[in-house]
Design a protein around this ligand. Structure first.
Ligand SMILES: O=C(O)CCC(=O)C(=O)O
Length: 247
């Protein structure tokens, strides 16, 4: 396995650069994959928008709902186990990092993986097929992020140098809540329930215009209901940075 530190979230977060976003959106919207509405399970139930979306007209809620998709039960229990069986031996050798008060992630260990066994390659192909249109260049490495039960991710926008229009993430082992907050208009927020074995696709406006974070165990509440946090492993596929942002 070849490690590319640029994909790692800890590295990517150190160079956040959400500028030129409107240009990105124009390009990315052309490339947006056509996801069948029929295959979306409980999308509206899994995304809770703040009142501002209904009171104000500044930000289009339908646009956000087109760009933040959640597929419940995307993985079967057996697919989840097969993915964990492959990555667990490696993750177990790493220590969770809790140390630095200013880190954007707290209580995590992570790796990137290029080669997967046959079954897991099939599962990841399903993710890639649904998340990315055929003509879009994808990062070959898959990012694996393991959050301890007390781990959390602070608000950030992924650096445009390291990731293109789309982030597609599988959630293993635990439910969690992802919060999106509009980068310029902070009252526009969306809580997204990421159930164990679900897949989320965050693209275009959701990826560029909103910070995203994974709430810590104390704040892990969705629509007034507590969402108990346990260790959570996410497996994340991304597409290549847009050409103007490549090194
Ligand atoms: O663990 C996740 O699903 C979120 C990861 C994340 O924040 C990112 O990839 O930018």
């Amino acid at each position: 396995m070849v490690l590319r530190s640029s994909l790692k979230l800890s590295a990517a977060l150190k160079s956040l650069n959400p500028k030129h976003v409107s240009k990105n959106l124009l390009i990315s919207e052309i490339n947006a994959p056509k996801v069948s509405e029929k295959s979306l399970v409980n999308k509206t139930e899994n995304i809770h928008l703040s009142q501002a979306f209904y009171n104000g007209k500044e930000i289009d809620k339908d646009k956000l709902l087109q760009d933040m998709l959640v597929y419940e039960d995307f993985l079967t229990e057996s697919e989840e186990k097969t993915l964990l069986d492959e990555i667990e031996p490696y993750l177990k050798r790493l220590r969770y990092e809790f140390d630095h008060w200013d880190d954007a992630i707290h209580g995590y260990r992570e790796t990137e993986r290029l080669h997967w066994n046959e079954d897991n390659s099939k599962t990841l192909k399903k993710v890639r097929d649904i998340a990315f249109p055929p003509d879009i260049a994808q990062l070959a490495h898959v990012h694996v992020l393991d959050l301890a039960p007390k781990g959390f991710i602070k608000p950030h926008i992924d650096a445009v140098r390291f990731c293109g229009t789309t982030i597609a993430g599988l959630s293993l082992l635990s439910d969690s809540v992802m919060r999106l907050v509009h980068d310029k208009k902070k009252l526009y927020t969306a809580d997204v329930l990421l159930k164990r074995r679900s897949l989320y696709i965050m693209r275009n406006s959701a990826r560029f215009d909103y910070t995203h974070e994974i709430l810590n165990e104390k704040e892990s509440v969705f629509n007034k209901k507590e969402v108990p946090r346990d260790r959570r492993v996410s497996i994340i596929c991304r597409n290549e940075p847009l050409p103007e942002f490549r090194d």
